[in-house]
Design a binder for this molecule. Structure first.
Ligand SMILES: *Cc1c(COP(=O)(O)O)cnc(C)c1O
Length: 480
């Protein structure tokens, strides 16, 4: 028998591995190891699949020659490693994350955190029946489309509002309804890719709309739009450039002028704001951005924005505008495919209600609270976290503070720096990159960023209640 064959034959049977990890998990769970508790609860099918994946890796190591001794393959020798692998593999795929990146609206981690009020509403809707499509006056069928219309009217000054799955769906629905087989006139400087390879021009063309690009990348004038208008024109379209900014020699036509031009020709102005804030964030030191209210007041016929960017609510696409235009959107059969469920309405309604008291909204909505967090608060938070880490990780890493900046991410001001204080970790026995990698395997995951060869945590996007947990995670991976 060749050495390779004898190595493969030394691999323990699936049943022996299964009972060994289960027994080990039961013992470890007594020491309150959370991943091991989860393993005990996990369906057998998933545990078997994880074990098969584990031994496939070991087989690869055997073939590669990194495992060359039969004694390295015994159950005893493999158990700690196997247990750790299986515990990790059977966890749910959607896992919680502590976001220490300083990017507030982070698409990779699920964008906005919901306000307490929205969380409560979500839980109530999830665990019970609701009036989602119920007419309380007649006891018959109602429409979910009416649930937040009144709130949207009050908050945006528009005549009516409608909600779909996300802002990309809002763009799709609006263009399909008003520009199908017609031309949408848009500035070259606004044909952007938003991220996750979502390209505005691709979505537009998917609806059978022809794009009529006008102007140059950096400059578009009112006359450029005017010259492009013809009997095939469906609408003038404005798209917020979001993650892309043109600086220097740059001209864009003000919304007010564009609206007047559209209306003089009997056309609509469609305004995709992307982020779409209901509060002016200039006082946070951010550059001026028109709010949704301002865009409506400036004459946009339809204003489109996301629910989970600056608004700080659940994933949704919100469309506000004239009553008769909303009525046409509601008649589009596509709406049925783009509608939101009761969970989204519950969280969105609760979020919008907070905006009725703007002072309360900026406190209660995590996205706004994080953007508006003061330099003093950030530095106090950083000091607290740093001191907890320094105490717990003595002899394992150096902890210090550094002035740096956070980013809002997702939409209106993604690259605009917000001053912050970072907690800077320099591990003594591994590289910062290795620390970062290991923290991707913890539960929850702890995300940070590498700056100047150190692993950095931004207190702006971390919950203060999580600080003790974060210290435990860092301590654990530094010790292993
Ligand atoms: C983010 C964004 C979108 C897409 O919105 P989702 O809610 O992510 O679908 C569309 N247009 C603009 C300008 C954006 O910034």
């Amino acid at each position: 028998m060749s050495n390779l064959q004898s190595l493969f034959q030394a691999i323990p049977s699936m049943d022996r591995c299964l009972s060994a990890v289960e027994e080990a998990a039961r013992q470890a769970a007594c020491d309150s190891s959370k991943p091991c508790q989860e393993l005990i609860q996990a369906p057998h099918l998933l545990v078997r699949e994880a074990l098969a994946a584990y031994w496939n890796r070991v087989r690869q190591d055997i073939r590669a020659g990194t495992i060359a001794q039969v004694r390295e393959l015994g159950l005893e020798a493999r158990l700690p490693h196997m247990l750790a692998f299986v515990c990790r593999a059977v966890q749910p795929r959607l896992r919680p994350v502590c976001n220490g990146t300083g990017v507030i609206i982070h698409t990779n981690t699920g964008r906005s955190l919901l306000a307490r009020e929205a969380q409560d509403a979500l839980l109530r809707a999830a665990s019970g029946n609701t009036t989602l499509e119920f007419n309380e006056a007649t006891g018959g069928r109602g429409s979910r489309n009416a649930l937040v219309s009144r709130l949207l009217q009050i908050l945006t000054g528009a005549e009516d509002g409608l909600v779909v799955n996300n802002n990309a769906a809002a763009v799709l629905l609006v263009l399909d309804t008003f520009c199908r087989n017609r031309e949408a006139v848009i500035s070259r400087g606004e044909l952007v890719e938003i991220g996750g390879s979502f390209r505005i021009p691709d979505v537009m063309e998917a609806t059978g709309v022809r794009l009529r690009e006008v102007g140059a990348t950096n400059r578009t004038h009112l006359e450029d739009y005017e010259r492009a208008i013809c009997d095939r024109t469906g609408a003038l379209v404005r798209v917020h450039t979001s993650n892309f900014r043109i600086i220097g020699f740059h001209t864009a036509v003000p919304t007010r002028d564009l609206a007047r031009l559209a209306h003089d020709h009997g056309l609509l102005l469609i305004n995709d704001l992307g982020s779409g804030s209901l509060v002016d964030l200039e006082r946070a030191g951010l550059p001026h951005e028109p709010t949704v209210q301002q865009s409506v007041a400036d004459g946009s016929d339809l204003v489109l924005f996301s629910g989970d960017k600056l608004l700080g609510g659940p994933q949704a696409g919100i469309i506000v505008g004239k009553k008769e235009l909303m009525a046409r959107l509601r008649e589009n059969p596509l709406l049925r495919a783009l509608r939101c469920d009761k969970l989204v309405y519950a969280a969105l309604e609760a979020t919008l209600r907070l905006y009725l008291k703007p002072q309360k909204a900026v406190q209660a909505i995590p996205t706004l609270r994080q953007i508006l967090m003061s330099a003093e608060e950030l530095s106090l938070r950083a000091e607290r976290l740093a001191s907890l880490l320094a105490t717990a990780c003595q002899g394992l890493c150096e902890v210090s503070l550094r002035a740096d900046s956070s980013r809002t991410g997702g939409g209106a001001f993604p690259e605009y720096p917000l001053p912050t204080t970072l907690v800077v970790l320099k591990p003594l026995s591994c590289s910062a990159e290795q620390l970062k990698q290991r923290l991707l395997g913890t539960s929850p995951l702890l995300l940070g960023r590498i700056e100047q060869d150190a692993f950095c945590l931004d207190p702006r996007t971390l919950n203060e209640e999580d600080f003790d947990l974060i210290v435990r995670l860092v301590h654990k991976v530094l010790q292993d």
